[in-house]
Ligand binder design. Structure first.
Ligand SMILES: *[C@@H]1O[C@H](CO)[C@@H](O)[C@H](O)[C@H]1NC(C)=O
Ligand SMILES: *[C@@H]1O[C@H](CO)[C@@H](O)[C@H](O)[C@H]1NC(C)=O
Length: 542
């Protein structure tokens, strides 16, 4: 409990010093949205209709919610009349049970450019299945049994500039492939020895669920264990090898840290030149390589506080190391609409895997990438531990949905860290009631954007016009501390004018110039005024 005392001490000093400056800054707040959605939210995705789709593994036996209309699924061994996936409406808090037939345990996914959730792989009979979920009123999962060439358990996905989804790795799978399979290049399997090379131990890989980020040049940044490459996936060629992240900490499953591509800042295009922006990756937390083995004999090693930040587009990049105020393994890193990074969930001791962790970290931390110093801030804590198999996702109203945690091999409500069926919302500090929120009144020419197109965004604010910018966020598929396909672009602005109506402004901006900057698909568009984001409007770029 030493850590908790330290947290409170830090908070007390922090609150005291800010009180002296006239009122404490908001540290955000928590709200329980639903005590039980019937399943533990192991995987989570947001659809363009603002519904959350979440699912667990599906061979767990009874969950706490039945299949719709008294349905049961039968396999060779038994009959299962329970749901393992639900649709959740974060506004009404309605839960709708869905039907998944094959096992989705530790699988991957991404929202396709046309707004369909495409989920891939899982366990045993589910490990080559591709499942589709369309955002409509009474839709349910559709499963395609032979969707993948190789079995994919613990793989990661990313949407590419050509609209295809790359699926990378999996346990003992040192390859990648593309889905959905429509062209001849999709029907091939591509070798990736890097995935074998970063598996230092036969027993404990520490390189599963690799971190993938699309670099603004169009190549794929892949991080596994403690090292990274840049892959030209079309030509199956490693074009760069980055320096090893210092410190001897493993960052991928089961030593699970987390990773984000920091906001990609776009500048106006001139007629004569388009500049490729720089891009930085931030990786935080994780633990020592043998933490998993130690946890098997009830030794729970302290998690790491370290973060590494790398300019992946620089000529000779080096890792800039920073220290979080709290240790964390199994944290989720979520890009907020402001471009700040929320580090949330996880534990301060142990590792991912069943019963592998102790001392939940209840306080999220906010990271401000542009702050010259003091980039970290400890935020208000929850009372619910979110350990292995927990998730988080940005909602369109700026809240962060938090769910899951099932560090047990079954649903178990009597163990040290019970299976958690609840969903909470975290309200980041920008929900401070003293800070008025801007609102988007119009996007011209409309919600369907073309690359490099001029945009006019109407917005309303209270008070004087201050610092303003526009962000576009690609919704992620989140599981095991990896927010696949998460991406935030800060759009180029050419000017802001006052409208005839004194409260309204028109911002002249530009849509991203290319699909390498913003792969085709749906994005949440936010106007941020004085550090406070509007609610999002969904746009689609293609
Ligand atoms: C799950 O269902 C069981 C049996 O109906 C019930 O006893 C238990 O309270 C439920 N647990 C939760 C967390 O909802
Ligand atoms: C839950 O976990 C406890 C402690 O490990 C164990 O004794 C119990 O049998 C488990 N219950 C179920 C239903 O698995």
């Amino acid at each position: 409990m030493k850590e908790n005392i330290l947290v409170w001490l830090v908070l007390a000093i922090f609150s005291f010093s800010s009180l002296a400056l006239g009122g404490p800054p908001s540290r955000g707040k928590w709200k329980l949205l639903k005590r039980s959605i019937g399943i533990s939210a192991m995987h989570m995705a947001l659809l363009p209709n603002d519904r959350i789709i979440t699912f667990d593994r599906s061979n767990f036996g009874p969950s706490n919610i039945s299949l719709p209309q008294g349905k049961c699924m039968k396999d060779v061994l038994s009959s299962d009349c329970y749901s393992h996936s639900v649709e959740f409406d974060p506004i009404s808090r309605n839960v709708r049970p869905l039907t998944i037939l094959t096992d989705t345990w530790c699988s991957s996914g991404a929202l396709s450019p046309d707004g369909i959730l495409i989920q891939s792989g899982g366990y045993r009979l589910g490990d080559r299945v591709i499942r589709y979920f369309k955002p409509c009123l009474n839709c349910d999962w559709e499963e395609h049994q032979t969707g993948l060439i190789s079995p994919r358990w613990y793989a990661s996905n990313q949407v590419l500039p050509n609209g295809k989804i790359i699926v990378v790795g999996g346990i003992f799978e040192f390859t990648y492939e593309f889905i959905p399979k429509t062209s001849t290049s999709d029907k091939k399997l591509y070798q990736l020895p890097f995935l074998k090379e970063t598996r230092f131990s036969g027993e404990i890989p520490n390189n599963l669920y690799p971190f993938l980020h699309l670099s603004p040049g169009g190549n794929l940044f892949i991080f596994a264990n403690d090292r990274a490459i840049l892959l030209d996936y079309m030509n199956n060629k490693v074009v760069r090898t980055y320096p090893v992240i210092p410190g001897g900490i493993s960052r991928n499953y089961p030593s699970t840290g987390s990773s984000v591509l920091l906001p990609v800042k776009l500048s106006p295009n001139t007629k004569t030149s388009t500049t490729t922006p720089n891009a930085e990756v931030l990786i935080c937390g994780g633990t020592l390589p043998d933490s998993f083995q130690k946890s098997m004999v009830e030794i729970f090693l302290p998690a790491s506080r370290s973060c590494g930040r790398l300019m992946i587009t620089a000529k000779n990049p080096t890792w800039e190391m920073e220290e979080m105020p709290l240790e964390r393994v199994m944290g989720d890193m979520i890009l907020l609409p402001t471009g700040e990074v929320l580090i949330i969930n996880g534990a301060s001791k142990g590792t991912a895997g069943w019963n592998g962790a102790r001392t939940p970290v209840l306080h999220p931390v906010l990271y401000s990438p542009d702050a010259p110093i003091n980039r970290f801030q400890i935020l208000s804590g929850s009372s619910i531990p979110r350990l292995y198999h927990s998730t988080a996702h940005l909602l369109s109203d700026g809240r962060v949905l938090v769910g899951g945690s099932n560090p047990n091999s079954n649903y178990n409500f009597t163990t040290l860290y019970p299976t958690e069926l609840s969903l909470e919302a975290f309200y980041p500090p920008y929900f401070d009631p003293t800070k008025p929120r801007p609102s988007i009144t119009a996007i011209m020419p409309g919600m369907l954007l073309k690359y490099n197109q001029k945009l006019s965004i109407g917005f309303a604010i209270k008070g004087k016009l201050g610092n303003i910018y526009v962000t576009m966020v690609a919704p992620s598929f989140t599981t095991h501390s990896v927010a696949m396909n998460q991406r935030l672009l800060v759009l180029a602005i050419n000017g802001v004018q006052k409208n005839a109506n004194a409260k309204n402004y028109i911002l002249e901006g530009e849509a991203p110039a290319s699909a390498a900057l913003a792969p085709p698909g749906y994005y949440q568009l936010f106007v941020v005024h004085e550090g406070v984001p509007s609610k999002a409007k969904w746009v689609q770029i293609k």
